[in-house]
Design a protein around this ligand. Structure first.
Ligand code: GLN
Length: 442
């Protein structure tokens, strides 16, 4: 990694002195969640299964970063195979929140969020299946975006829930996030779900007037159970600030979102159980040699996967098995359709929607590790966006009584990134929260 970074830096110096045009990200450093393939550099997914796997190709997003003259300086920690909300499910290390090192940074892209918040890099990449970019962004006081499904290529991203996964940016402000997403977006023939469309640069919409825009606060995503008072207040205050700037604010119901968590924890594990079948000890990754192929497969998976990954594989396999498929998987897919329809209806009356990003600010390391359900609840506000294939982002707006960052989530319909960034930049300007690097935290 180090030698590639130095080479890339030298190449940028050369281009500069030769008077060549520099890429949009020249002069910036980027860290990449360790579930995206980087040629010649280990890509572990924070799993013993891939501890020594060195990809022979770059993910499309990595290629795009290099072409835009960014310098990739590191891979970041995550919950194993991106399953988790605190980065404590990593097989290797626990990442800490730079604002308070006794707290988690969120997850699963906790390493990517913490490193940007700490000022170690300009940007980072995360992946978001149910909230893994937005929730850690919120807990670390930075901006995190889950783009519309299909906007950013998934080629080279190690698959978790393929119908939900999407790569997106972390940055310390909305404008940086727009710059990075502009580089990442675009059609890729290597990803069959990639959208073939030209995108208007998001950097062009920043700072434009929000007068007349209609903002809806989602009824179902404001508790009261389990939601921190200060977080709910921050959403109301944000809505007031937008109103002051000419937006109209109302309440909106997304009735099916009440079933979002249940549907997600059927669909995501079902897809994961299928995707993770490839780790069989035969082709790449860990191999625990036994007398037969079946025993090798069993021993490899036993040794290579952590507890949470095994739990998901079991849940998913069960939900897909004969006799249970209709009651679980098929039912969850119906909820998915209901949620798509509910959101469609909401957008007949509103341009963007608002909710907390996370029900609470950063929680303590070890606080939820013994209670998977409590951990799953951390994503109750973020996972609806993945279920419906739309876009949303977290914008930092302030801190709670303990000085821990609070994020507000802005939702827009599929391919509604323009209006979402327009509102996010208005929020950033009004809230006046400055994500200064938390230097010296570790
Ligand atoms: N926390 C959620 C899960 O564990 C979401 C993870 C993600 O978005 N990768 O499934």
């Amino acid at each position: 990694m180090e030698s590639q970074a130095l080479e890339q830096a030298k190449e940028i110096d050369r281009k500069k002195s030769a008077g060549e045009t520099l890429g949009a990200l020249a002069g910036t450093t980027v860290a990449i969640k360790d579930n995206m393939a980087t040629i010649g550099v280990k890509t572990t997914c924070a799993s013993k299964m891939l501890e020594n796997w060195i990809p022979v190709y770059d993910a499309t997003v990595v290629k795009k970063l290099k072409e835009a003259d960014a310098i990739i300086v590191g891979k970041t920690n995550l919950d194993e195979f991106a399953m988790g909300s605190s980065t404590e499910n990593s097989a290797f290390k626990t990442t800490k929140n730079p604002h308070d090192t006794s707290k988690v940074p969120g997850g699963s892209s906790g390493g990517s969020a913490a490193t940007v918040a700490a000022g170690a890099v300009t940007f980072s990449l995360g992946s978001d299946t149910g909230g893994s970019i937005r929730q850690p962004a919120s807990l670390c006081g930075i901006v995190g975006v889950k783009p519309t499904y299909g906007r950013v290529s998934r080629y080279g991203l190690v698959a978790f829930g393929s119908s939900l996964d999407q790569i997106g940016p972390f940055a310390r402000n909305v404008s940086d996030a727009a710059t990075l997403l502009d580089v990442l977006s675009g059609y890729d023939p290597m990803d069959s779900t990639s959208i073939n469309k030209e995108y208007k640069p998001l950097t062009d919409v920043l700072g434009s007037d929000i007068k007349g825009l209609r903002v809806g606060i989602i009824d179902e995503l404001k508790g009261p159970q389990g939601f921190q008072r200060e977080v709910l207040d921050a959403v109301d205050e944000t809505a007031k600030l937008l109103e002051k700037n000419g937006a109209t604010v109302g309440n909106v119901s997304i009735p099916a979102s009440a079933y979002g968590l249940s549907a997600y924890y059927i669909i995501a594990p079902a897809e994961a159980s299928s995707n993770l079948a490839r780790f069989d000890g035969m082709r790449y990754g860990l191999r625990v040699e036994e007398q037969s192929a079946a025993l090798t497969n069993e021993a490899t998976r036993q040794a290579g996967f952590g507890m949470e990954v095994k739990r998901r594989i079991m849940l998913g396999t069960y939900a897909l098995s004969a006799g249970y498929y209709d009651a679980f998987y098929a039912q969850a897919q119906k909820v998915r359709t209901l949620m798509i329809n509910d959101f469609k209806q909401a957008y007949e009356n509103f341009d963007v929607l608002l909710s907390p990003t996370s029900p609470t600010t950063a929680f303590g390391i070890g606080e939820k590790t013994q209670d998977p359900y409590q951990m799953y609840l951390a994503d109750v506000c973020t996972l609806p966006t993945n279920i419906v294939g739309a876009t949303s982002m977290s914008v930092p707006v302030g801190v709670d009584d303990n000085g821990l960052p609070i994020g507000v989530q802005v939702f827009a319909p599929p391919l509604g990134e323009e209006v979402m960034f327009q509102v996010a930049s208005a929020i950033e300007e009004q809230a006046n929260y400055n994500a200064v690097p938390v230097v010296g935290a570790f």
